[in-house]
Design a protein around this ligand. Structure first.
Ligand SMILES: [Cu+2]
Ligand SMILES: [Zn+2]
Length: 172
């Protein structure tokens, strides 16, 4: 009888934990410049029908294209953000563009900065998720000095990391 109650209690608490994990509907990363750079911005991730909507507003860039990814570790502590590791790749795929059949989950292509060094980026992503074992929460967004060519392995030859921000759960 006692054992039965214990089992019932643990099933209920597992259900509560599951509901909590599934309830993330919005995430955010605040980008800070790496050493010697001036790039900052905010990236939001919102659960919508058919995927996750990514919205980024970034400034302090050189005009033109800059690789834009999620990297594996939520650690921006190194001056060059090397601490964030390689691309977030829970499916063990090859690097690609955001619309490629074969891509890392973290492959978002490029930001395209205007003459003033600012950019606004919006995309519906069908690969990433905000919950479950492949959740992006706790990983890091990185912006690069150069364009991602969307094909070179393992990271699109996008050069140095100019900004980094850890993805956290946002207020819905
Ligand atoms: Cu990157
Ligand atoms: Zn990649």
């Amino acid at each position: 009888m006692k054992a039965g109650i214990l089992v019932a209690v643990s099933v209920v608490s597992m259900a509560v934990a599951g509901a909590r994990a599934d309830s993330v509907t919005k995430a955010v990363a605040t980008l800070s410049p790496t050493q010697g750079n001036n790039v900052s911005g905010v990236v939001t991730f919102t659960k919508v029908d058919g995927g996750v909507k990514i919205v980024a507003d970034v400034s302090g860039l050189t005009p033109g294209q800059h690789g834009f990814h999620i990297h594996e570790f939520g650690d921006c502590s190194a001056p060059d953000a090397a601490s964030a590791g390689g691309h977030f790749n829970p499916m063990h795929r090859q690097h690609g563009g955001p619309d490629s059949e074969m891509r890392h989950a973290g492959d978002f292509g490029n930001l395209d900065a205007d003459a003033s060094g600012k950019t606004h980026y919006e995309r519906l992503d069908k690969v990433i998720s905000l919950d479950g074992p492949e959740s992006i929460i706790g990983h890091a967004v990185i912006v690069h000095a150069k364009a991602d060519d969307l094909k070179s392995q393992p990271s699109g030859n996008a050069g140095a990391r100019v900004a980094c921000g850890v993805i956290g759960v946002a207020k819905p």
